[in-house]
Design a protein. Structure first.
Length: 252
């Protein structure tokens, strides 16, 4: 015949073990849910992928969620996964509120959670910071400043020299400047020559470098010539009576 006291004790012991197992399972379930929640939170973050030192090459890169090299990102929390492939390089990301890095003498995959704010961020290999580096901005892109260099103003056209020539009445011929300055001070450039021909037996003939203009012998009246004087010697004369003549030199 069974011992009632012993049976009751065994039953109580079984109940205790059942309760203990239930509590243990409950704890494992809660821990699992916490880990899953943390993993889900990390998985929900946009992923940045860093890569450094493949085959010990001096290469470093950072790829954004779009699969392209990072140039600009929105502020927020990101998961940074770094593939460090070399024991002579590392990956160091720093900027406003962030400073994370992998060891120089280790390889492997490293995961960080970073919160990026407005500003400029830099990633480098600490062992070779001048050769292996990159930057990107977070937030609104800085305004592009365009410097417009005004086109140089065209050089003012030189004022035309004004000359006044005459032939007649009688045996006379003359040429001078309208302002009374000497013909010896003339410089190359545009000129306006007004000739008054008052003779029926002489004419006014001007010639020089690339230039030959004259009034008719029988012509009486006024002629206006717009010319470009070139450096060299010019003469003016009456063709019927070459004794009537004069000359001047144009400087450069």
């Amino acid at each position: 015949m069974s011992n009632p006291a012993g049976l009751a004790g065994r039953i109580r012991g079984m109940r205790v073990r059942i309760v203990a197992c239930a509590l243990a399972l409950s704890g494992l379930l809660v821990a699992g849910l916490m880990v899953a929640g943390a993993s889900a939170t990390r998985a929900d973050n946009p992923v940045l992928t860093g890569d450094v030192g493949a085959n010990d090459a001096y290469t470093i890169s950072l790829i954004g969620p779009s699969g392209t090299s990072v140039k600009q990102l929105d502020p927020g929390t990101y998961t940074l996964v770094v593939h460090d492939r070399s024991t002579i390089h590392n990956f160091d990301l720093f900027g406003p509120g962030v400073s994370v890095s992998t060891p120089v003498d280790q390889t492997g995959d490293f995961t960080f959670t970073v919160t990026l704010a407005d500003g400029t961020y830099t990633y480098v290999c600490d062992a070779h910071p001048t050769e292996m580096k990159g930057t990107f901005t977070v937030g609104a892109a800085p305004p592009t400043t365009t410097t417009t260099t005004p086109a140089p103003s065209p050089a003012p056209k030189p004022a035309a020299t004004k000359l006044a020539g005459s032939v007649g009445p009688g045996r006379s011929i003359a040429l001078g400047t309208s302002d009374g300055s000497s013909l010896s001070s003339l410089s190359a450039g545009p000129a306006t020559i007004v000739v008054r021909d008052r003779s029926k037996t002489d004419n006014f003939h001007l010639s020089g470098p690339g230039l030959s203009l004259s009034t008719g012998v029988a012509f009486r009246g006024t002629k206006t010539w717009k010319v470009t004087l070139k450096p060299g010697r010019y003469t003016y004369r009456s063709d019927p009576h070459p004794v009537l003549h004069g000359a001047f030199t144009v400087g450069s």
